[in-house]
Design a protein around this ligand. Sequence first.
Ligand code: PRP
Length: 184
Amino acid sequence: MPQTHPHPDVERVLLDEQQIRERITEIGEQIAADYADEPPILVGVLKGAVMVMADLARSIDLKVEMDWMAVSSYGSGTKSSGVVRILKDLSADISGRNVLVVEDIIDSGLTLKWLLSNLRSRGPKSVEICTLLRKPEAARVEIDVKYIGFEIPNEFVIGYGLDYSEDYRNLPYVGVLKRSVYEV
Ligand code: PRP
């Protein structure tokens, strides 16, 4: 059942289910066209990218493999520091392959910057990025992002994979979290 009322902790819905679905379908078609000759291995970054990966993979009409990495950024709570630790590595060997990293959000860009250099050291044929959301600060980091769903304002967003203290990931839309929830 579609949720007609936003969660009470949600200030406003930024992207509803239909907007997300339509954009992911467009990106999936673009990816299918770009990689028609040599399909990519999709690398989802846990846990936030789970929803994007599930919907994106189904919108790419190619034989695609899915794999996952879990990384943890050392930092003070909500800000990432750029120092990253691998909690779960890929199962696949990506040497000589086209890798497409799937992210839910690029905020500071530091996680991805580290991840890209790590993946590139494994000798893939190519590494590109697909993210559903990108925040303004990330535009200042020198990362080429091939597929971007939406540029969003610098607000605390949750839902569709994005959490606050592991909550709200299963909301079907992307919403702005009420300040009262995280400011005490
Ligand atoms: C989030 C998100 C990105 C990263 C982006 O993951 O999924 O991986 O932060 O932040 P950055 O651009 O500032 O580095 P998080 O570490 O919150 O883990 P999660 O996906 O398990 O929620």
